[in-house]
Structures are given as C-alpha cells and as structure tokens.
Design a protein around this ligand. Structure first.
Ligand code: ATP
Ligand code: MN
Length: 436
C-alpha cells in the first residue's frame, strides 16, 4: 500500500551522460572538478564522472556563503556531490546544465593537479595513474573494455571455452632471448611469452579454447608497437587445418570489429575519421609473393629473411587493407609450425599485417606428429627434455590443430589510430616504464 510518503522521496542519483533525460528534475551527481570559472556571485564548474562532463552553475545565494567561498578555492579534481535541477542549455556541452541547490565537497584536492593541458610525454608516463582520468584515456579504456568483451562474446557463442594459462613457465615459445627470468623455483622459470602450448594441451579436453591474458617479452628495442607486458588473445582448436584457421580468424575479426564499430561509431570516428571495418575476404599473399612485391617496390630484401615492420607496413599500404602473409620460410618461424606438405621449405603460418603497426596477429597449423616435432626441436637448437610435456601431447591421440595469437593493444591502436600502443593500455610496461 502506498502511504503517500512523497515528502521523503530520495533525490535520484544520475550519471552525467543521462542528465539529458531528466530535464526539469532534481537529481544528484557525484563527480570530480574539471574546470572552474567564477564571475561575480556565480561559479561555473565543469564536473566529470565516468560517463561525461556537465556544466554546474553554483550561485552564492543558493548554496550559501560558506559553501560558495569553499568552492571558489577548490583545486582541480576535488571530488563533489551536487544536487540540483537539470536545465536545457544549447550552448553547454552535452546540451544541459545543472543548477546547483546544494553542494558537498567530498574531498578537496590537496595540491595543484600536476597534469595541465600542455602535456609533455614524460609527464604523462610519470603521472599515468592520473592521466587515465583524462577524457582521452577515459574513452580509450571504455573502448578497450568493450572490444575485449565483444571478442569473448563471439568466441563463447562459437563454442570456444576460455582457459586460464599460467604466467610462470619453464620454456620459451618464441626464442629464449626475450624471456624474463623468475628466480624462485628449483627449476629455471620465466614469465610466459605466449600461452599457446598450454592451450594446445587444453584442446585435448575442450577441443576449442581461447585465453585473454598477458604475455611478457623482454624486448630490446624501444618501438611504438612493443610492450614488455601486453594482452594476448590466443585461440587454439583441434581438427582445424590451416585453411580453417584463416577462415576462423577472418570471421572473428570481421564480425567483432563490425559490431564494435557499429556500437561506438562516434568515438571511433573522433579518433580515426578514416577507419573502415575490416572486409571479407582478407587479401592473402604468400611470403614468396610478398618478397617479389617488395623487391619490385625497390626494397632490398632476399628470400629467407624475416619481414620487419617496414616491410609489413609496405605490404599493408600497397593493398590498402589488412593482409594475410602466409607460408613463411621455416627458418624464420618457431619450430612448432607445420611444414607445407607441398613445399616443406615453408610452413603453414599466417601473419595478419595492417598499417601502420605491421603484424597484429600471427598463427598457423601446428606440427601434430611426435617424430617431426622432436626433430624440429633438435634442429632449432633446443633440448627436447625442456619440451617433454609439450611432446607428450603428440603421444596420446594427437590430432591436426591450429591456432593464433593477436596483440590486443596493436589492434586497438590500429583501429583508433593511436600514436603508440602505450596509449591502448592503462598502465603500460616497457623497458623504461615500470612506474606507476
Ligand atoms: P613482432 O615481430 O612484431 O615483434 P612477433 O613475431 O614477436 O611480433 P608473435 O610472437 O607472433 O609476435 O606474437 C603474437 C602477436 O602478439 C603479434 O602478432 C603481435 O600482435 C603481438 N605482440 C608480439 N610482441 C608484442 C609486444 N612486445 N607488445 C605488444 N604486442 C606484441
Ligand atoms: Mn617480436
């Protein structure tokens, strides 16, 4: 029964981005001071929360002398709880403004906020914990969260199971030079460069698996496309051959990116006005054809040498869209790649390259024969004992299988045209950045 306790109705809490739906209502917002400008007896505050920014008009006679004086002294980023009435105002950002009726300072900023508008990049890295409050990073982080969820959703809808792999491992997948050693265990241990081997183990239980977790690379060079710790989306499936893999990668990327684009068109366009969702079918070119193409464009390259970012970028530029480069020489690919039965000097591998980041995903069909894998490990200069459990997977009911790994920050930086993948992650790690 409604006993008519209307007088006690609580003021409704409102996210700033929803204020437009509450014109004329009294609401409460919680946020942080962004900009302040006082003229006579009126303070104009720009207040932000996770959802947006609104102009709040604070009048001396409405909030009282005391509060008004305190507001006048507030420094940027002070946290506030404000109740007021929403008014339409076409000149205001977002089309509305809030006329404050009461204002509570939750916690005033103790010092001047160290991030100004003109940011030197050193300041950005040193104050990363504050920089993520910026409007740019607020949007990037929302988009990052959305994109990772869309990948998960697609994979789960397509009968993949999410598997969690260890971060501490004993063997290299991509060459020992880039490993971070972890000193603690009886055995030599490292931070993982990829969860591929563990996913390969899991397909014999779950058949189609993925993981989304960090990989660690002790990169020697400082580039805009390498982090020491990056988020790696890895997929592995049993009874999927090389052609099936390319098809799956293409299906997943086109549909996830299309959904992402349709959901966030305005934000994406603000970052990258020229972005177009990936289209099927992807262009495909063999490594051998890529070398010919590069030579005919004046690049000094010999068959057998790995492609660097300059070459990958050039191929992507020539095609004007993402390109699969396939069938690399086996010498420039890790030992587990399946040799092409029609030409065993190359392997069934594919890198997806885009402008300007070059490779964003790499994968291929894995060797499923015990003997062949054993020999490739020895030929590559490794000790088969270090890979005993990985070899075991070929001993007990081996099946053809394939998989790939995608650098999540590279993809996001490509879509948003960010100047470095360091902007695609909240707290980047590189050789020179481990703080904060
Ligand atoms: P690159 O030659 O560009 O360094 P890679 O051959 O070392 O790449 P893979 O070992 O195949 O890359 O890793 C799979 C994916 O992980 C790559 O396609 C890339 O998108 C991403 N990746 C690799 N290294 C890094 C890194 N240091 N920082 C961010 N992403 C990375
Ligand atoms: Mn690398």
């Amino acid at each position: 029964m409604n006993t008519g306790s209307d007088a006690q109705i609580e003021v409704r809490e409102c996210k700033i981005s929803d204020l437009g739906k509450s014109i004329g209502d009294k609401v409460r917002i919680r946020g942080w001071l962004y900009v302040k400008n006082t003229v006579g007896g009126i303070s104009f505050l720009r207040v932000r929360d996770s959802s947006g920014i609104v102009q709040v008009v604070v009048r001396r006679e409405k909030v009282g002398e005391d509060v008004f004086e305190q507001v006048d002294k507030l420094k940027r980023e002070s946290s506030l709880i404000i109740e007021g009435v929403v008014k339409m105002d076409e000149r205001a950002p977002g089309g509305v403004e809030l006329g404050a009726e009461s204002l509570r300072i939750q916690s005033p900023s103790l010092e001047d906020y160290p991030l100004r508008r003109e940011l030197s990049s050193n300041v950005v890295w040193k104050y990363r914990h504050l920089f993520i409050r910026s409007r740019i990073m607020n949007t990037v982080l929302k988009l990052r969260s959305s994109l990772s969820n869309l990948f998960r959703k697609w994979l789960l809808e397509h009968d993949f199971y999410e598997v969690n792999a260890p971060s501490i491992v004993t063997a290299a997948t991509e060459g020992g030079a880039k490993m971070f050693e972890v000193k603690y265990f009886d055995k030599k241990a490292f931070l993982t460069q990829s969860s591929q081997f563990y996913l390969e183990g899991a397909i014999f239980s779950l058949e189609k698996v993925f993981c989304f977790q960090p990989s660690f690379r002790a990169e020697e060079s400082k580039t805009r496309r390498h982090l020491s710790e990056y988020w790696h989306l890895e997929v592995e499936a049993s009874n999927m051959d090389f052609q099936g893999l390319l098809q799956m990668e293409e299906d997943m990327l086109t549909s996830v990116i299309e959904e992402f684009y349709n959901k966030h068109k305005d934000e994406i366009k603000r970052f990258n006005p020229g972005f177009k969702p990936f289209e099927k079918p992807f262009k495909k070119i063999t490594y051998t054809q890529a070398v010919e193409l590069l030579k005919s464009n004046g690049v000094d390259i010999e068959w057998g040498r790995d492609l660097g970012v300059r070459e990958e970028r050039m191929v992507a530029t020539i095609f004007g869209q993402p390109v699969f480069i396939t069938h690399y020489p086996k010498e420039v690919r890790a030992f587990y790649h399946m040799p092409d039965p029609e030409n065993p000097s190359v392997v069934l591998s594919a890198d997806l390259v885009v402008w300007p980041y070059g490779e964003i995903a790499g994968g291929g069909q894995r060797i499923d024969d015990y003997r062949m894998l054993f020999e490739r490990i020895v030929e590559s200069g490794y000790n088969p004992e270090d890979y005993a459990w990985y070899l075991d997977l070929r001993k007990y009911g081996s099946v053809p299988h394939s998989g790939f790994g995608l650098g999540f920050e590279r993809l996001l930086a490509h879509i948003l045209h960010l100047p470095s993948i360091k902007y695609a992650i909240p707290y980047p790690r590189t050789q020179t950045i481990v703080y904060p």
